[in-house]
Design a protein around this ligand. Sequence first.
Ligand code: FAD
Ligand code: UDP
Length: 367
Amino acid sequence: MIDYLIVGAGFAGCVLAERIANDLNRQVLIVETRNHIGGNAYDYYNESGILVHKYGAHAFHTNNKKVFDYLSQFTEWNLFQLRVTTNVDGQKLPIPINLDTINGLYGFHYNEEDLKEFWRSVAQPEAELNNSEDVIISKVGSELFEKFYKNYTKKQWDLSPSTMDKSVCSRIPVRTNRDNRYFTDKYQVVPKDGYTKMFEKLIAHPNIHLLLQTDFRDIRESIPFKKLIYTGPIDVYFDHQFGKLPYRSLKFSFETFDREYYQKTAIVNYPNDNDFTRIIEFKRLTGQLHPKTTIAYEYPSADGEPYYPIPRADNFEIYNKYKAEADKLANVWFAGRLGSYRYYNMDQVVDQALTLFESQIKPLYSG
Ligand code: FAD
Ligand code: UDP
């Protein structure tokens, strides 16, 4: 009999499978609806031999040494610092907004002190920072908010930033120096041989069994198991009994060109024009050398796979009802971005999975 049935072969599911098999020597079965492991971090070589990320650019970044050291058992890394360019007023400018962005946009020759003074003159400090609009306007004022954030956010979420949790736009910092890296975390890497290879190693244990193209809902009655870890959408598990949790989806459109590079940075954003939000060039992320190059356009969409939970108070209220039901279940745990309805990055999902293992699963077998 299977000790643990794990639903979903993404970071949450595979990390928990590895811990349970290796540390507790229990039998694990992972079921996954897709025809591959890796969840949204899955990558593969396309028909031209270029390593692409099927579900959008994935750059690993963390300050969490525990998470970095854990994953380092399963892959070597390439150092990679993400840089993003954005198209504003006909110019290609670095984002996060920094000294070079402002000098480029307005033709200034500011130094850091001048920029600090500039921020003081344009910022509109709000008494309370209640949403994603407040949080940006309080730092850079409304003109820059409109040029860099407002339309991008509307396009990405089909919602005004004023109705979204402040954590959404706070993901992108505002700088006074010339640091044009997207992230400043201590560890910024991509797996040397790709994410999928790392996932293969994570679950390469004789106790871990895998069924691809298998929906949990189709097998839950027919495969006996003792305990369940569920990393799919939590509202689906409960048959939407408190209503559907909204998710934002994306459509990806891939193109390969017979030239070495397409654009200067791994990601180029299009906040104010076009139906897509950004163009990714995979070789700029992976460091692969190849005479051709593949890009992907990201088109936000209301339907399709649930890629993003939508951080808003009303949605968290619905989630909390599901969470209360989840907490009543014995021997069932919910994890990951969809199981927790949280806009988690990869490292946060790994951290959550390791913590769940250490604090709730492992203690079941001690003493
Ligand atoms: P998932 O990867 O979604 O895995 C859940 C799995 O469960 C899926 O494979 C799904 O098919 C399966 N499943 C669901 N329901 C069922 C069912 N009923 N039966 C069987 N299987 C089921 N994070 C970063 O840190 N850096 C980045 O640069 C970054 N870029 C991103 C770009 C995009 C476009 C997106 C969408 C996300 C990005 N992320 C990034 C976030 C990252 O993808 C997630 O944090 C991480 O992959 C979540 O892992 P997970 O295991 O929680 O979920
Ligand atoms: N954002 C923006 N302008 C940008 C980049 C991001 O307004 O040029 C906002 C937007 O709301 C976006 C959020 O910041 O959804 C988070 O951006 P991030 O790049 O982290 O999004 P992800 O990679 O998770 O899609």
